[in-house]
Every structure is written in C-alpha cells, then in structure tokens.
Design a protein around this ligand. Structure first.
Ligand SMILES: [Zn+2]
Length: 373
C-alpha cells in the first residue's frame, strides 16, 4: 500500500498518517485543535480507514481495467480529492482517485478522464496532475471568486494546468450557490462531453461527491438523483463504457443514498429516470461561455462554437468606470470637438493613461493641444 500511496504523496505524509495509530489518548487530544484547522478528525484507526478507502478505489479501478467488470462503484470513506501530494486536508488523508489513477497507469499507459462533480474543487487531484497531459481533470464546483472552500485561484476558470499539462485541467467554477440539473447538464453538453470526446479517454473516474445534491445544506445546490443518473449515462458513453465511480464529500445522508442509488442503477444498465424540461440559468450560460473562452486555445471544440450568452448578460459585465469614460468622451466630442487619444503613459497625473487632443487649423497654422481631459 505504501508504494501505491507514494506514487502521489510524499513519504513524509504517509509517515504522518501511519503514526496516528501509535498516538496515545493524550497526544490525540493535544493535536485535535491543530487538525481541526485542516478540517481533519483523527484517531488511532484513521490510518487503517485511509488505507481501506484508497485500496478500495484502487481495487475497483483494477477490476475494470483488467476486464473483470465493465463499471465499478467504490463506496469508501474517508474521501480523497482535497488531499494534496504534500498536505492532507478537508476530511481527506490519501487521494483515493489520484492514487488509483497512478496505479492503473503504472500497470498500463492509459489516457484517463477524472470528472469531479463534488461541490468543492478537488485541489488535490488538480495538483497531482496539473502538468500531466495523460490525465484530463474536469471539476464542476462552487468557486465564488475563490472564497468557497478550498479557496484560492487554483479552482478558477483560468487555472488550466501547466507545462505539458496546459489545457488538461478544466475548472467549471460556479459564481454562486443554487445550481441544479439544468445547469449541470448544460455544462455536460457544452464543455465536459466535447472536451472529453476530443481527449478520448480509455478510462473514466468519477470523483463523486454528493454535496451538490438537493437537500445538502452545505453545498446549497439542487442536483436531483435523476440529474446524477443522466450525467453518469453521458460518461458511460466514453472509454468503451469503462467507468469507476468513487465517493467523495456529502453531508446529507438521505441525499447521498438516493443519488448513489440512481448512479448505481445507471452503472448496472437500468433505464434512465425522466427529467422535466430543462432551462439553464443565466449564471450557467455565462460560466460555460467563460470556460469555453479560457480553453479555446487548447481544445478545437471550444472557442467560437461555445454558445454566446445573451447580449444583456454580456452588457452587465461593463464596469461603472467604463460607462463613465464613454460618456465623458462623447460629451467632449459633441460639446468641444475634442477627441481622446489613448496613449501608453504611466504618469500618475494622467488617469487612465489618456490625453485629450484638440486641433485648431486654418490655411496657414496647425495647432495641437495635448492635455488631460
Ligand atoms: Zn465536497
């Protein structure tokens, strides 16, 4: 197990987790407040639970890649997608899906898609593969300008991977709570599936947190069991149907149970539950457009083909400053026949780097004034 976990994590992190089993009650009590800052809760059984969870995901993946079954579901705890190569956090000790991905690739070189629909960004998976073009990581999560856990710019729309892995990390960051089936399926049809088909994975992992499920008070979104079923069905059309689903976060037991059951039925080939008419929110339209533009340089299927949101939505992105500048320029022209010239000047007295140019001319003289508007 150590050899497998250290394909992703440092030896130091493995040692720290394994040492939990030797801690006395007093030591555990003393360190509780430190680990709570990382949203971690530890006891002497933590290393065993972390190993079982990670090992369960590895076994599920190998069962699929070795042809013992077509699809698999790993019902595991603790979750893994927040565990970074060097740091554990957010209820996660070992990064189950990232480790299983590395193990599969150690057996056979394989192009792998990891689709993460947990309501939080999977910072650990993102970091583990950010420079790796053989793993496409797509995460749909609440972002809210980088203020939603795990916070920071790693989960933002322009965080697309680095080096050889540029373009292979695709963040779909919701700017607010309240997203539902229509929004998720719109993202699937316009971002996830086009990029996934261009990538052509040979295996699909689903980092399946169910905290975007309807009824989860922490995620505050409204994906229904039918919504999860339809997303699973779309993923099953990839990679010859080789799909491995592994549980991540989720804070409402009833929502987790109903959603997991719906996903399992699809994995077993049951008919899909019906959906009502779906109309994506304006937030979803704008998010898809932003992500498509950010990835148009990496994927042929993105860019001009990404649906453009309605004009009134684009209009709402002008800042007050831009509107005032436009008004002032028009007024200077119509009232004083003065035009503004954009010049690349840095002097602090020339706000906005602009000067006004007025021209007076007669048959013998040409006078030009350059001044602050
Ligand atoms: Zn989560």
């Amino acid at each position: 197990m150590q050899e497998e976990v250290t394909l992703v994590h440092t030896q130091k992190l493995w040692n720290t987790v394994e040492d939990f089993q030797n801690m006395s009650d007093d030591e555990i009590l003393n360190r509780t407040s430190y680990y709570e800052l990382l949203s971690l809760y530890i006891n002497r059984n933590t290393p065993l639970a972390a190993r079982l969870s990670c090992g369960g995901t590895i076994d599920a993946a190998l069962a699929v890649t070795q042809g013992r079954c077509q699809r698999a579901l790993a019902i595991v705890r603790p979750p893994g997608h927040h565990a970074e190569p060097r740091e554990f956090m957010g209820f996660c000790f070992y990064n189950n899906v990232a480790v299983a991905t590395k193990v599969v690739q150690a057996h056979t070189p394989t192009r792998i898609l990891i689709l993460d629909w947990d309501v939080h960004h999977g910072n650990g998976i993102h970091l583990a593969f950010e420079d790796d073009p053989t793993v496409l990581y797509i995460s749909i999560h609440r972002y809210e300008g980088g203020t939603f856990y795990p916070c920071g710019e790693l989960g933002g729309p322009k965080s697309c991977g680095k080096g050889a892995g540029l373009g292979f990390s695709v963040n779909i960051p919701w700017p607010e709570a309240g997203m539902g089936d229509a929004d998720y399926l719109y993202v699937f049809h316009n971002i996830v599936m086009p990029i996934a088909m261009e990538f052509a994975p040979e295996l699909v992992f689903v980092s399946a947190g169910f905290d975007a499920a309807d009824g989860d008070d922490l995620g505050e979104c409204h994906v229904t069991p039918a919504g999860y079923a339809h997303m699973t069905n779309l993923l099953c059309s990839l990679a010859n149907g080789r799909v491995v689903v592994s549980l991540e976060g989720g804070y409402n037991l009833e929502s987790i149970s109903n959603s997991t059951l719906a996903v399992t039925k699809v994995l077993l080939g049951d008919p899909l539950p019906p959906l009502p008419p779906l109309s994506p929110s304006e937030t979803a339209l704008k998010t898809v457009w932003e992500v498509g533009m950010a990835h148009s340089q990496y994927w042929k299927c993105m860019g001009p083909r990404v649906p453009v949101p309605r004009k009134d939505i684009i209009g709402s992105t002008f800042s007050l400053n831009e509107i005032l500048n436009k008004h002032r320029a028009e007024s200077l022209f119509t009232t004083h026949n003065i035009i503004q010239v954009p010049l690349p000047l840095q002097e602090p007295c020339l706000r906005g780097g602009k000067l006004a140019l007025s021209i007076m001319s007669n048959p013998t003289h040409f006078i030009m004034f350059v001044h602050e508007p």
